[in-house]
Design a binder for this molecule. Structure first.
Ligand SMILES: NC(=O)c1ccc[n+]([C@@H]2O[C@H](COP(=O)([O-])OP(=O)(O)OC[C@H]3O[C@@H](n4cnc5c(N)ncnc54)[C@H](O)[C@@H]3O)[C@@H](O)[C@H]2O)c1
Ligand SMILES: O=C(O)C[C@H](O)C(=O)O
Length: 349
């Protein structure tokens, strides 16, 4: 969460506490922040639980809907006791999915299995593709206008699956479907600031392409603040570490899953950016994997300006170093094949 997000959380709590009138409380919320419902699908999982906690802290959320196939009553009861704005409800099993989704402005999807050591994200396809497809069919039915934040892996395929499901249902809006690649940006910022000895809070690094191995392309040549403290070898090492960041966590967890806490942080940042965009806050720009014409590939991650209808503008790649140009060409074949695989799966039967 950005420091400013925490500040706004605490200022809301303080204003609530200092107000003796519930009427004043209600009008403060309605003037500053409209009602917004956020649904989390997979809310009882390793990402889902801390993400639910962080979204409960977000003053932009008025209703928080926690859905999973197991465990949501406990998570929802627990999170609901926190004295922040959002009203929390837990939903479990298929017959409650419609109610969980109805009226949602933003749906975040961390449902599905995580990697174990030795697996690629694509190895998750066989299980997660079906989970994502089922959930997207329900989104098309119950909240077709919601902004969808796809976390479930392989993101390079699950986003195209979602787009095909929505197309079939006649609800597809390419401006409202996002693959969440924020964790790649979070990692690139952390590793760059650490290596260059910079204050990480002021660092920015765009990350483009997709979300798996070489398809993750951090653009350190565009990092701010720029530095001449890093050699070409440092940039190669930082690029590799960012691309392998997920694997670093999977190996450290030694069979107990993949990144959950840093992902919840990244997912909360991205959902917050979407909510701010919907609320008309200007100049909200984040990297995300979206339908795109930035390259010849139909989906691509790059900087995206978020607005009242989702994607407002997709930024181009800007000027790239020779090393980044090479990385861009190298990633295209793998990214295309993952996109094609998702599209083909969604259109079976
Ligand atoms: N995009 C990213 O940067 C990123 C980062 C980390 C993890 N991930 C991915 O996120 C996914 C979840 O990871 P995790 O560590 O939270 O896994 P987890 O196993 O801890 O949690 C997944 C949750 O999904 C639930 N679930 C399964 N099928 C469901 C369905 N049909 N409807 C609703 N919920 C369902 C499970 O019950 C479980 O609670 C994985 O696919 C992982 O690879 C993506
Ligand atoms: O690496 C994984 O499998 C999870 C996630 O995609 C990550 O980048 O941490």
């Amino acid at each position: 969460m950005r420091p400013s997000m925490f500040r706004s959380v605490f200022s809301v709590v303080r204003r609530q506490e200092s107000s003796s009138s519930s009427v004043i409380r209600r009008s403060f919320f309605s003037e500053a922040n409209p009602e917004r419902k956020v649904a989390i699908l997979g809310a009882a999982g390793g990402i889902g639980q801390p993400l639910s906690l962080l979204m409960k802290h977000n003053p932009l959320v008025s209703s928080l809907s926690l859905y999973d196939i197991a465990g949501t009553p406990g998570v929802a009861a627990d999170v609901s006791h926190i004295n922040t704005r959002a009203i929390v409800k837990g939903f479990m099993s298929d017959d409650q999915l419609g109610e969980a989704l109805e009226g949602s402005d933003v749906v975040v999807i961390p449902a599905g299995v995580p990697r174990k050591p030795g697996m690629t994200r694509d190895d998750l396809f066989n299980i997660n593709a079906g989970i994502v497809k089922g959930l997207c069919i329900a989104i098309a039915k119950y909240c077709p206008n919601a902004v969808v934040n796809m976390i479930s892996n392989p993101v390079n395929s699950t986003v195209p699956i979602a787009s095909e499901v929505f197309k079939k249902a006649g609800t597809y809006n390419e401006k409202k479907l996002f693959g969440v690649t924020t964790l790649d940006v979070v990692r690139a910022k952390t590793f760059y600031a650490g290596k260059a000895n910079l204050d990480v809070s002021g660092v920015n690094v765009p990350v483009v392409g997709g979300h798996a191995g070489v398809t993750i392309l951090p653009l350190f040549s565009q990092a701010t603040p720029s530095t001449n403290a890093l050699s070409n070898e440092d940039i190669v090492a930082l690029t590799k570490r960012t691309q392998d960041g997920g694997t670093e966590v999977v190996e450290a967890k030694a069979g107990k899953g993949s990144a959950t806490l840093s992902m919840a942080y990244a997912g909360a940042l991205f959902a917050d950016a979407c909510l701010k965009g919907l609320n008309g806050v200007p100049d909200i720009v984040e990297c995300s994997f979206v339908q795109s014409t930035v390259t010849e590939l139909p989906f691509f991650a790059s900087k995206v300006k978020l607005g009242k209808d989702g994607v407002e503008e997709i930024h181009g790649l800007g000027s790239l170093s020779d090393y980044e140009k090479e990385g861009l060409e190298k990633l295209k074949a793998e990214l295309k094949s993952s996109i094609d695989k998702g599209v083909a799966f969604a259109n079976q039967s």
